[in-house]
Each structure stands twice: as C-alpha cells, then as structure tokens.
Design a protein around this ligand. Structure first.
Ligand code: GAL
Length: 358
C-alpha cells in the first residue's frame, strides 16, 4: 500500500511535491491505515555524468536526502525507471546501466522500483522481455538492499505467468487505467481468471487507484476500491494527499475494506456470476469468511441477489456491509440489496449458528 505521483502531477513532480505528500500521508491518517510506499514515477531523471551515473533533474535537489526524509517519517521510498534507453516521457532509462542504476538507487535508500517497458520495445524483441526484467532483478539483488520490484509492461506477453519467475513482486496486468468509469471498469472487471497467479509476495497489479482524482463519482470510487480489494491488488493512491476531501480519505482508509485487501490468506477473488452489466465477485478470507461484491455496471439502480449456494456455502451466515459498516444480522439462504448505478454493495459473510433473519 502506498502512493504514486503520476496521475496527479505527471512530469511536474518535484522534491517539494514528494515531501509534501509524504508528510500528508502521515498527518492525514493514511500511514496509520497502512499506506507505506511513497513512489516517484517518471520524470525525476536528469543526465548521466561522464562515468555514467544517473543524476536527478533540477526539480530534485538530492535523492539521498529525499529518501532520508521519507524514511524519517517511517515510510518507504519508491522510484521509477525503464529497461529501455528512455522512459515513456523521454527521460533517461536504465538500458546498458542496469547494475550502475541499481547500485545508485541502493545508495539513495530506495525500497521500491517500478520498471516500465516504454522504449525497451525499440531495443529488445518481445521474447527478450523476461531476460530484460530478470537482468534488473539480479542487479537489485546484488546490491543487497531489498526493493519491491514492480513490473510495468501493460500486461503484455501474459506477464502473470512469468512475472514471479523474473523476480517481480507485482506486475501490471493492464494498460494505463487513468480516466473515467468506463476505463476503470473495463480494466478492473477484465481481471477475472488471474487469481491463481497471485501469491504472497507476487501480485497482479491492475494499476493505480483513481480515488480523489476527480474523474469518478462516489459510487464509481467505491467500485474501484471494492474491486481492487477483491483482487488482493496493490493499493497505490494517486491523488494529492495534501488536499484530500473527507470523502476521499474515508474511501481510502475504511479499515474494514483495507483489511480484506490485506487479508492474511492473500487469495485473489473471482467472478461468481455475470448477468449483462451485473456482476457478483467473491474472495475467500481467512477465518472461514468470504467477501462478496455486488456490482451494478448499468445506468440505473438494480436489486441484486446472491444465493449462498452460488458461493458453495450454506446459511445461516452472519453478514456485514463493509461500506455502511453495519451488521446485517443472520441471513438464511441469500442476500439481496438495491445496488446504485455504477455502484457496489460489499459484504463479508461468515458462518453463524443463529437461526433468525431472511
Ligand atoms: C506509462 C505507465 C504509467 C506511467 C507512465 C509514465 O507507460 O504505464 O503508469 O508510469 O508511463 O510515463
């Protein structure tokens, strides 16, 4: 769990912006809720010196001092590069400098590297992609500093099948998600079937949360957050943490919702059923519980129902609505509710010995 600057700041990102957001992560309660990584995306790079060492551009004074500041807040420091000669925004990539860059990052105290394919397609064939990622993984390893290795190549070459074997701790399964509900839901609901590739330390990554960025309404934001938690996805907030509304903060920090994303069993969810734009997803949780999301992708509110036998469970079950933070009592054979347009009802069910309820 953490934060990435890309969708809010793009190539305007600077030392000052990163520090302000790191500090806001603590002050706002995001850190207390579990958010830890402060990740700089593209556009921090300057030039290489005569010996080939990479330096930040003039929006960043000193990367080691920035890392020290982030660490002083009890947070972790993330950075970004490409296996190609240039990043997607045209800044210096790591091609031909992999070990040198990994050593530099380790010296700066980096804890996380997002490695974005970009111009690598100009110097490598698709069948060399795995070797290009493995090369950086080996380089990181040889520094002796643990770093989360985040693969970003937009889900090409069925990356979920080999991401872990090249040292990936997470791998993007989709193209860039930035945009409105159509894009977020298109990518999010496409994730079905990838559950078996997600295990502890190696996760499918459907990209950055769009909560608080202004393109999704309230229900649509709950949809992304709920689906990402069902998917056991990495949660990287993408908004300006220094100016969050109370609504944004509540969505990003609901403890019961975050707990199911971070469930110790680490199982990714799956689609239970689909009826046109109505989708029901489930995710097994520790303690014999199950998370269920009733998603309505249609243009008006719809009553949706989940019979417990579709989950392979028998009632009675105890229900809890995680967004309303309300107990639903003992439910006998099914649960139903009205789900708003583009919205979700997210419930946790667990075995109950009670006899009453519907
Ligand atoms: C894209 C990547 C984005 C962002 C951007 C920066 O390729 O998917 O997440 O990192 O490059 O230029």
């Amino acid at each position: 769990m953490g934060w990435n600057d890309w969708y809010q700041y793009g190539c305007q990102v600077s030392d000052q912006i990163v520090r302000a957001n790191a500090s806001a992560m603590v002050k706002s309660g995001m850190k207390a809720a579990g958010y830890t990584y402060v990740n700089i995306d593209d556009c921090w790079q300057g030039q290489r010196d005569a010996k080939g060492f990479i330096h930040p551009n003039d929006r960043f004074a000193n990367m080691k001092e920035l890392g020290d500041y982030i660490h002083s807040l009890g947070l972790k420091f993330g950075i970004y590069s490409s296996p190609g000669p240039k990043t997607c925004a045209g800044y210096e990539g790591s091609y031909g400098h992999e070990q040198q860059d990994a050593d530099t990052y380790a010296g700066w105290g980096v804890d996380f590297l997002k490695y974005d394919w970009c111009s690598a397609s100009k110097v490598y064939q698709p069948d060399q992609m795995q070797a290009a990622y493995r090369k950086m993984y080996e380089a990181i390893r040889s520094t002796g500093r643990p770093m989360v290795f985040s693969l970003c190549q937009y889900g090409l070459e069925t990356v979920w099948r080999w991401g872990a074997s090249v040292g990936g701790n997470m791998w993007r399964t989709t193209d860039d998600i930035g945009g409105d509900y159509n894009r977020v839901s298109l990518f999010g609901f496409q994730q079905n079937g990838l559950a078996k590739f997600a295990v502890h330390g190696h996760w499918n990554d459907p990209d950055i949360l769009q909560v608080g960025l202004g393109h999704l309404n309230h229900e649509e934001q709950l949809t992304q957050m709920s689906l990402w938690c069902l998917l056991a996805a990495p949660l990287l907030a993408g908004n300006d943490l220094t100016k969050m509304t109370e609504e944004t903060l509540q969505i990003l920090t609901n403890p019961e919702v975050l707990a199911v994303d971070q469930d110790p069993d680490g199982v990714q969810g799956y689609r239970v059923s689909q009826e046109g734009p109505l989708e029901i997803w489930a995710k097994p949780l520790s303690g014999n519980a199950i998370l269920v999301g009733l998603f309505n992708r249609s243009e008006s509110a719809v009553r949706m129902e989940i019979p417990f036998k579709a989950l392979g469970m028998n009632g009675p079950l105890q229900g809890r609505d995680l967004w309303q933070r309300k107990d639903l009592g003992v439910l006998q054979e099914h649960f139903f509710d009205e789900v708003p347009r583009h919205g979700v009802v997210l419930i946790k069910l667990k075995a109950s010995s009670g006899k009453s309820g519907s």
